[in-house]
Design a protein around this ligand. Sequence first.
Ligand SMILES: Cc1cc2nc3c(=O)[nH]c(=O)nc-3n(C[C@H](O)[C@H](O)[C@H](O)COP(=O)(O)O)c2cc1C
Length: 372
Amino acid sequence: MKTLIFNGSPRNNGGTATLIKELEKNLAGEVNVISSYKANISPCIDCRYCWTNDKCSIDDEMQKVYRLINEADNIIIASPIYFGEITGSLLGLMSRLQYYYVARKFRNTEILSVKKRNGVLILVDGGDGYADNAMSIGKALLRKMKSEFIGSVYFSGTENVPKNKTIVPENIFAEIKALSINLSKIPDTETDQERQARIYPILLSEYNPAWPQWFAEEKVNLERLIGIENIARISHFGGTSIPGLTAKPTVDILLEIVETIDIEELIASMPNEEYTCLRKEGNSLSEHDRVMFLKGYTDTGFADKVFHIHVRYPGSYDELRFRDYLIAHPENAVEYADLKRKLFKDYEHDRDGYTAAKGEFIRRVTKKARKL
Ligand SMILES: Cc1cc2nc3c(=O)[nH]c(=O)nc-3n(C[C@H](O)[C@H](O)[C@H](O)COP(=O)(O)O)c2cc1C
């Protein structure tokens, strides 16, 4: 689980910082805190570079934050209230979310991966007791980051305590704790299968031009581990191999091995800590796969780069025909991407169901591809 917290307070030990620390204590998984006062992030200058380019022109720490937003399961905006609003510094940082708005409006592109993100607001003020504006802008900003508002904690009254001290009442701590449990959402009675579905959800990502490079790097790894003499061909296939396609960010690799290789030796040459080997028994491998290796499945969820390596004897495979057909027929690639987006909503935590539902389209296109 990944949580991204935006901290809009300049004070190290104020109310906002205290509540963030309390929340961090109770949160499972990876937590990143971005302080608007400390980060090297400039406000948007409305240069309009992103109207025509898939990038923000300002090369600063926000580039990392865009990645963190994309990967986050939870996004938290925590800020003091200044003049009835979240702080100007945090608003400055948030102005860089314009990049997402422009992509949607002018380039018809969704930059953020389709995944469920929880959104939370934590607000702190001196004692006015008026948080409506901050609440409303906070919710709008969460929406811009494609996160769903699930709750807020509002602590009003830091100025009622002595200077340089912030005493947070117990009931506010209790609210933070309840929120963190909600964010961690790990049911007590979870089965192994439910856990797998939760920590390895189906993700859909806009096309990432780095995918071919990930493939190239892994190809070198495989050649080193298995030995070039044992390999007939290594190919990149699946959604990430089709330029421009919205895809599950998993690099599928077809590894054709020479028939003389001993499969047990092959398995032994793949380090256990990096590769999980699936065998025919009990696993839903393709009828052609001798074995399959998964890479990038950590105990807490996906690593940054995820690979499925399908091991087969040399042959003529439909998966490669399907890939080549979609590369040559972009209109079908668009149709495929639309279908995946639609299915995603129904099958977020049901990998097999999702794959089955795509089957009809794949069969239809493969039939056409075979005739070429
Ligand atoms: C520039 C400025 C404007 C403020 N405006 C408000 C306000 O409109 N309402 C209010 O209740 N407190 C206001 N405060 C008080 C802060 O919200 C309060 O000190 C809060 O504890 C600051 O958050 P922190 O403790 O996390 O730094 C303001 C403080 C500053 C410095």
